[in-house]
Design a protein around this ligand. Structure first.
Ligand code: NAD
Ligand code: MG
Length: 396
């Protein structure tokens, strides 16, 4: 019996994880569930899964949940300390890191530093802290497994000798190149001139995947693929020539690995996150996930293309930032979080997301990152710059 903590239990990945766990009560027990503010959703999950702990990041929400769970055995904790506590508790075997954005960094690191089996969905945590994160994985002998469907696909296409993340040697494994695929999002075929007028609802209507709102907007700008490019660099220890992004609108292939002998290995499946989640939960065994196998008679065609810079400037910003240094990817991630929140709140246009990211990167200067404090300072500074850029634009 494995005890599981889910950071971000009320979200899209959290729900899919609980769906897989619920199908295997003999193998997994829910140790702790966490959420930001949604007391009702958390109350329902506590009724159903009866975790030992429930954590609300927001202290007021924690008080409301405590009142709602009177007489129950679930203990309610609050704030960042509560999140870190259930991520690192001695009785926990597996931590699903599925908080969205920078808020996930500290609890995910707490799980890594406690040497847990860490299932990483929260790509922003790795993008923000890169080498520091991977060094912590190796130092604390955590087992890191990738939930992001592309990275999970790449992982599955690598030989066992290259599956210890943090210590991957692609050249020794005979890998020529990793091909990171992406659908191109909901605006792939729109005239570029029409992008400025796209609404949050249109941006969140992804053609293939059902996801949280922030990652849905990131998919529309393809900054999501940019974050994934950075994520892949760290997970698989890539050199620039070993990593390439490829558009594949059908999302049937979830990514590929190209080998020195000309072989290309792809992982395929339905666009349903329960597949990579189940893979990580039971690795190296396989588990029923509730997802049916692909029906190839229904897969009409598989097509591929290159992403256009004019349509997806965020992707190219991220690829550039990836090789510039940690300060650049931390700044980009923070600027994007501020810009996407403003777009979702109806305060800026879709095309201003990339403009804000670009301005913040121009304003940020190369800084050394040797400790977590450096990461947090750069993150805060980029958020301030992003706010300033938005205020300047509003005043023009
Ligand atoms: P979501 O918005 O549906 O859920 C986010 C979860 O994080 C919620 O439980 C929310 O309560 C919690 N949360 C939000 N802000 C918080 C804060 N400040 N403190 C503590 N908790 C907070 O997001 P999602 O789509 O499930 O994505 C979660 C993560 O997984 C993201 O990093 C995303 O990039 C990644 N991911 C998602 C998918 C997908 O299909 N949804 C696929 C690959 C990777
Ligand atoms: Mg992905």
């Amino acid at each position: 019996m494995k005890a599981v903590t889910i950071l971000g239990a009320t979200g899209s990945i959290g729900q899919s994880t609980l769906n897989v766990l619920a199908a295997h009560p003999e193998q997994f027990e829910v140790f702790a569930l966490t959420a930001a503010t949604n007391v009702d959703a958390m109350g329902k999950l506590c009724e159903q899964f009866r975790p030992r702990y429930a954590v609300m990041a927001d202290p007021t929400a924690a008080q409301a949940l405590t009142a709602q769970l009177t007489g129950r055995t679930t203990k309610v904790l609050a704030g960042s300390e509560g999140l870190c506590e259930v991520a690192s508790a001695g009785d926990v075997d597996i931590v699903m890191a599925a908080i969205v954005g920078a808020a996930g960094l500290l609890p995910t690191l707490a799980a890594v530093e406690a040497g847990k089996k860490v299932l990483l969905a929260n790509k922003e945590a790795l993008v923000m802290s890169g080498q520091l994160f991977m060094d912590a994985v190796t130092r604390h002998q955590a087992q890191l497994l990738p939930v992001d469907s592309e990275h999970n696909a790449i992982f599955q296409c690598l030989p066992e000798s290259a599956q210890q993340l943090g210590l991957v040697d692609l050249a020794a494994a005979g890998v020529h190149k990793i091909l990171l695929t992406g659908s191109g999002g909901p605006f792939r075929e729109l005239p570029v001139a029409a992008l400025a007028e796209q609404t949050p609802a249109a941006a969140c209507a992804h053609p293939n995947w059902d996801m949280g709102r922030k990652i849905s907007v990131d998919s529309a700008t393809m900054l999501n693929k940019g974050l994934e490019y950075i994520e892949a660099r760290w997970l698989f220890n890539c050199q620039p020539q070993q990593l390439e992004v490829l558009l594949h609108p059908q999302s049937v292939i979830h990514s590929m690995v190209s080998y020195a002998d000309g072989s290309v290995i792809a992982q395929m499946g339905q666009a349903d996150m329960r597949t990579p989640i189940a893979h990580c939960l039971s690795y190296p065994q396989r588990l029923e996930s509730g997802v049916a196998a692909l029906d190839f008679s229904q897969v009409a065609q598989l097509t591929f293309a290159q992403a256009e810079p004019a349509r997806y400037p965020c992707l190219f910003l991220a690829q550039q930032a990836c090789w510039e240094g940690q300060w650049a990817t931390t700044s980009l991630n923070a600027a994007n979080e501020v810009a996407v929140a403003a777009f979702l709140a109806g305060k800026i246009k879709f095309t201003q997301i990339s403009q804000i990211c670009e301005r913040v990167l121009e304003q940020s200067s190369a800084a050394h990152v040797t400790a977590l404090e450096d990461v947090l300072a750069i993150d805060q500074q980029a958020r301030r710059y992003a706010q300033e850029v938005m205020e300047q634009r509003a005043n023009v």
